[in-house]
Write a protein that binds this ligand. Structure first.
Ligand code: SF4
Length: 468
């Protein structure tokens, strides 16, 4: 295994940071999918936040955070999931636990909160999230939820997500358990034509783009988890013929539980980039054994790819030879991003994920150059050191990585839940390519590095880097 030696990292982190030489990711080569190392200041969020990522976009659900008010600051305003119907999910409800509740217990306060919501708002579905302190004081959240479900004939579902009870992936799993609890009473022996979309959160309307493609090739969508999801559609999902999983990190567990308990097979897909979008549509048609859909997918993707040819060529001239760093949540997105950068002529010099699995890292390894740094569950110090060492021109990541890039004076592209423009499908290729160009070639970076004043040929006007 080729370990990185030039940058100091904690001894316990060494097996999570490797380069490609020596078959680093295969076998026992790389450590991933484990709890974060204490003291390493991981970029991962807590268990509760992981659960919230998955469940928050359900548009007609009421989300009660059982804990201190601070936990509920993680809410709709930092997520970009859109709705075509209800918008109650854009509110958060919290039991606001205080010192007295911690001493005498918070179950009574939770009961009152649910009663008030049930009587005033008449909800169809409530999720109750346990936070750290609830895990410590041991409120019987299960019993409260069971009693309230019976009293109001409404699903009140506990989400077991004390922040300290694992890592962000544990939160994903707890959210999937909560969804399974919702779906169980609706188990169906009879299958209907159509698919469920798992692990897409309708960021900037991306779920609508995917649904539109499936409509074009004649594949009905039964339910979505959880972008633009609603109660009525979700309870139909056990009857679907196939599950397609976009964000594998958050939703593979749900897909495997649905396969086990409802007999629905699943495939992993990605709608980021031309190659992955095309392959995904073809694989969906093939998995359904639908030859007509396959033919339609082939024709549709061919036409869309052709439209993009001249566009990508134009931008390639501006981007060829640049270097990208990628740090995202799951492995599948990282894989798609490496491919997209490759098409643009950009080399990926650093790639990492918060929750990637061994099989994801093996694919990543097969796509990158020998000297590309591959790292799992990184911290800001490691990202900074390796981006500097590799001379990255742009970092693609989420809200926690943005300040790091700007402090280093390099470009940044938001590919996480906070963004406001779609990056999925063929539409996403236009947006992504333009954004990368505008960010990477922005004259501000030359000024930040102090080169602009010496370089007579530097780009001086906004229209020059946007002119494509
Ligand atoms: S659940 Fe725990 S770790 Fe998560 S936000 Fe609340 S206090 Fe912080």
């Amino acid at each position: 295994m080729a370990q990185i030696e030039r940058v100091h990292v904690l001894d316990e982190r060494e097996k999570s940071i490797v380069t490609k030489q020596g078959g680093c990711c295969s076998g026992d080569g790389m450590s991933c999918d484990t709890d974060s190392v204490s003291g390493a200041v991981s970029q991962r969020a807590c268990v509760y936040c992981g659960a919230r990522v998955v469940l928050n976009p359900i548009t007609d659900a009421y989300h009660i955070i059982h804990g201190p008010i601070g936990c509920s600051s993680y809410t709709w305003d930092i997520r970009g999931s859109l709705t075509s119907g209800e918008d109650i999910y854009r509110n958060s409800f919290c039991t606001d636990l205080r010192e007295k509740d911690i001493i005498f217990g918070g179950a009574g306060k939770l009961t009152k909160a649910i009663e008030e919501l049930a009587e005033v708002q008449k909800p169809r579905l409530i999720f109750v999230y346990s936070t750290c302190i609830v895990g410590v004081i041991g409120d019987d959240v299960d019993s409260v939820c069971r009693l309230m479900s019976q009293k109001y004939k409404t699903p009140v579902i506990p989400v077991k997500s004390p922040g300290f009870s694992g890592n962000k992936s544990t939160g994903y799993r707890m959210a999937c358990e909560a969804i399974m609890q919702l779906l169980h009473p609706h188990k169906s022996e009879k299958k209907i034509e159509g698919v469920n979309i798992l692990g897409d959160y309708n960021l900037a309307g991306e779920m609508w783009i995917i649904k539109n493609y499936l409509k074009k090739i004649g594949v009905p969508v039964v339910a979505s988890f959880t972008g633009d999801a609603n109660y009525d559609e979700m309870i139909q999902s056990p009857a679907a013929a196939l599950n397609i999983v976009q964000c594998a990190g958050s939703s593979t567990y749900l897909a495997s539980r649905m396969e086990e308990e409802f007999g629905i097979p699943y495939i992993k897909v990605s709608f980021f980039g031309v190659e992955d979008t095309t392959n995904s549509l073809l694989r969906i048609a093939e998995a359904l054994g639908n030859e007509e859909a396959r033919e339609k997918a082939l024709k549709f993707c061919k036409a869309e790819t052709k439209k993009l040819e001249g566009f990508i060529e134009k931008y390639r001239k501006n981007l060829q030879g640049k270097k990208a760093a990628i740090y995202v949540g799951g492995g599948f997105k990282a894989i798609s991003l490496i491919r997209q950068f490759d098409v643009m002529g950009i080399k990926t010099v650093l790639v990492g994920t918060q929750t990637g699995k061994k099989e994801d890292y093996e694919i990543i390894e097969s796509l990158v150059d020998e000297d590309t740094v591959i790292l799992d569950d990184a911290n800001p110090a490691e990202l900074e050191a390796f981006m500097k060492e590799k001379g990255a021109d742009i970092l693609t990541g989420g809200v926690k990585e943005r300040p790091l890039a700007y402090k280093l004076g390099i470009a940044f592209c938001d590919h996480n839940h906070e963004r406001k423009h779609a990056l999925a499908g063929f539409e996403g290729v236009y947006n992504f390519t333009k954004e990368i160009n505008e960010s990477i070639n922005n004259p501000v970076w030359e000024y930040v590095k102090g080169n602009a004043y010496e370089n007579k040929n530097h780009v001086t006007c906004k229209s020059e880097y946007q002119s494509l």
